[in-house]
Structure formats: C-alpha cells, structure tokens
Design a protein around this ligand. Structure first.
Ligand code: SAM
Length: 424
C-alpha cells in the first residue's frame, strides 16, 4: 500500500468545510454539553455527561421554525431525554430510542404525566427505619461493589429499594426508584470521569436517606403542571427502528455516541448494577455488543458492506491502517461506526417529511495524529442519502477525545464539536 501523506487531508477537510457551509459560532460553545443544565428543572435531576443543553434544542428548533405544537420530533439516541423533554414542553409529539435500560428508565420517569395525587404520594413517602442487613455485598457480581459503597450506605440503599418495591401505584414507584438511582453516584465513593469511574478525591459524607428525601421533594415540585404529550420511548437499538411502526417526523434532533472509544455503559456502571438493570457480566456484555460501535467493547467484528465508504473515508481508513495506533482494532471500529451511522441516517431520511430536518450534534476524534472529522463525514453520508446540507456550526474545540492529541499540529482545529443541519 502506498503511504498517504498526512498533509493531503488538510486540503480535503477545507474543501468539505466550504462545501458544507461550515462556520464557527462560539455562542453555542456551552450548549453542546451538559454544563448549562444544572439549573434547569427536571433536566438537572441527574448529571448526564454526554448530554447537550435543552437551550440548544429550543434555539435550533426556533431557528428552523420547527417548534410548532403538534409537530413530530425523533431522537434515536435519547440519552438523558433532553430532546424528548424539550419537545414535550413545546407541545410537540416525540419518539425516541435509548439502548441503556437505566437511561431509558430515567427518561420515562422524567417525561411521564403525573396527577397531583401521585406527586403528593411521592412527597409523603417515608424512608424506612435503619436495620442491619447481613452480607449486603453478596448479592452483587460487580467486582468493585465494596469500593463503591461503605456498608452502611449500601444497606440504606437496599432498604429503600425494598420499601419502594412495595408501593402499589406504578408511576409513584417509578419516580421513587428514579430518585434513588439519581443519588447513587453522589453517595458513592466514586465519580464519573472521562471513560468511566474515578475514586473521589474529596469524600463528602452524603447520607442516602437525607439525599433521597431532598430529591423526592424537588422531583415532585419540578413535575407540577408539566403534563403534555408523553414521548414514546423504546428501549432498543435504533438500528432496529425499521422493526417499529413510527409516524413520519418533522425533525430529528440527536447526538450519537462519538467515535472516541468511550464506552457509555462504563460511565453508568453504578446505576446499571445497583439499579439491577444488569445482574451479571454476561448480561452487560450482550448489551454492550448491541450499542453503536463507537468503542472497543462494542461489536467490532460485525460484518458490513462498503456502502458507507466515501472517497475521504476510504483514504482515512487506508491512512490509519498504515499507522501504529494504540489499538489497531480502532480501524474496524471506525469503519463499522460510519456504516451504522449511514444506516441510521438512511432510516431517518425515509421517515422524515419533505421539508423536514435532521440535526446531528457530534464531536470529532483523533487517531494516528490525525483528526477524524466525523461532522464532515456524516454530512457526506447525509448528502449521499439525499439530504441537503444546510450548514455546519462548529461550536467548540473538543477537550477530551482519544489518547492521540499530541501531534495534531494544524489538525487540532478539526478536533471540534459541531451541529450538522440537514434538510430533506
Ligand atoms: C451522546 S448520548 C445522547 C445524549 C442526549 N442527546 C442527551 O442530551 O442526553 C448517546 C446515547 O446513545 C445511546 N446509544 C448507544 N448506542 C445506541 C443504539 N444502538 N441505539 C440507541 N441508543 C444507543 C447511549 O446509551 C447514549 O445514551
């Protein structure tokens, strides 16, 4: 194979920036991540590291004139439910997929309609009396459970779980469980960071009973008078969206996992295990294999065709194959990632009404000292499928991507998070 000159990519990237009308707009900088969400009711129940801000959704929807009540919005990677919750607030109908069962549960809890009586019942729920549980760690296969929680804290969590399980009203029960899952990381000895969990440097002695009580009052206050169209949420891979009967959408608004080797299941390990969404490593492995192939725990041996390959992607794949990467499986991971994204975009295209939009918020990554411009590559795929690329807004430089930042040189400008706006 002829070795490819890294220099030559710069010209390709610049050409595509121009073709897709790329412009920088730093006023979006804080909106493409979760940082602006901490004071927004309901959205702020739980810190979702990969989420974008509801203000971003509202702003783009209004820019595109796609914020009319009754319109249909779709999010194939619903995450913490930012798009679906914002759609509900605007009187729009919405549909979404989310593969992680814990995330899907939280979206459901946030977006369901509750009666005043149900919200009062949540407030009135009393935490159980403390009583010792023998060998409380034993029910978990999770190897780090003893590191995660001091014994007394885990006992309190288990006592809460038991008492909530006896609640008869299913919606009240769901909200109380969501409360408990939302405080797990806070009362644990670990915090979310980068690609997983890190031991907290400063330990604050949060009491699960106290935090649970505070949260349930906030949750029921936040939900007063918030009823509207409940989103339709499906706990499955969006790659299976053709198996479901969905209406035509006015707009899709989403952020897929970035191709940066971060495993979304790793970050939510505490909630998945202690919330009993997974009970064994085998179960977890199966779920990881159905996630989008954006990390090395996904199904990187999947058989794919080459229908997603563009000239630029071919060239990137060849270039990376000739380099010594920190893990050579990254080459097939990227190839499968773009193949799957092509399939998702294709299904979305066929479900989008004429004149409708598809908005993708995505971060680029870097391997072999080269930035991989996921924003441009997805725009190329969208165009190939039939979308018109209206604009790409570059919002900020990526801070964390892969281990390969060091020698990016002028390609560091391509390590960015962008909003790709396509129209049918
Ligand atoms: C970047 S996050 C989305 C965040 C979301 N926009 C928000 O504001 O909360 C991507 C989500 O896609 C989910 N996911 C990964 N693979 C999936 C698949 N094949 N189908 C559906 N969801 C998937 C992950 O669990 C993660 O929650």
């Amino acid at each position: 194979m002829l070795s490819i000159n890294k220099e030559s990519f710069f010209y390709d990237y610049k050409k595509l920036d121009k073709r897709f009308n790329l412009s920088w707009d730093r006023t979006y900088e804080k909106l493409v991540n979760f940082s602006q969400t901490s004071d927004i009711p309901i959205h702020n129940w739980f810190y979702y590291q990969e989420g974008f801000s509801p203000i971003l959704v509202t702003r783009i929807l209004s820019k595109l004139g796609m914020n009319k009540p009754g319109m249909v919005v779709f999010d194939p990677f619903a995450g913490s439910g930012t798009t679906l919750l914002t759609a509900k607030k605007s009187g729009m109908k919405s549909y979404g997929f989310e593969l992680n069962p814990f995330s899907e549960y939280m979206i459901r809890a946030k977006t369901t309609n509750y009666s005043k009586e149900e919200l009062d019942k949540v407030k009135k729920f009393k935490v159980p009396k403390f009583s010792k549980i023998k060998r409380v760690y034993d029910k978990y296969e999770l190897s780090i459970i003893k590191n995660l929680f001091d014994e007394e804290k885990l006992i309190k969590i288990e006592l809460l779980k038991k008492k909530i399980s006896l609640v008869k009203n299913e919606k009240v029960k769901m909200l109380l469980y969501a409360d408990l899952w939302s405080i797990l990381a806070q009362v644990s000895n670990y915090r979310k960071g980068g690609n997983g969990l890190k031991r907290k440097r400063v330990m604050k002695d949060y009491d699960p009973f106290v935090e649970f009580n505070l949260k349930k009052n906030k949750m029921s206050d936040d939900l007063q008078n918030k009823n509207g169209f409940e989103p339709h949420i499906i706990n499955d891979s969006c790659l299976n969206m053709d198996h479901y009967k969905l209406p035509k959408f006015n707009l899709s608004f989403f952020s897929p996992p970035y191709a940066n080797c971060f495993d979304p299941f790793e970050v939510y390990k505490i909630e998945l295990w202690v919330g009993e969404f997974v009970k064994s490593y085998d179960e977890l492995r199966v779920k990881r294999k159905t996630a989008l192939t954006s990390n090395l725990n996904a199904n990187i041996h999947k058989q794919i065709d080459k229908s997603h390959r563009t000239e630029l992607l071919d060239k990137i794949i060849d270039y990376l194959s000739s380099k010594r990467l920190w893990d050579m499986r990254i080459v097939s991971m990227l190839d499968i990632y773009f193949n799957e994204m092509k399939n998702v975009l294709e299904m979305i295209f066929s479900k989008t009404k004429k004149g409708g939009f598809c908005v993708v918020v995505v971060g680029n990554s870097a391997y072999g000292n080269l930035s991989i411009p996921t924003d441009l590559l997805l725009a190329e795929l969208g165009q190939k499928i039939g979308f018109k690329i209206k604009q790409i807004i570059a919002a900020r430089n990526n801070e964390t991507s892969s281990q390969q930042h060091s020698n990016l040189d002028k390609y560091s400008e391509y390590l960015r998070e962008s909003i790709v706006i396509m129209k049918k």
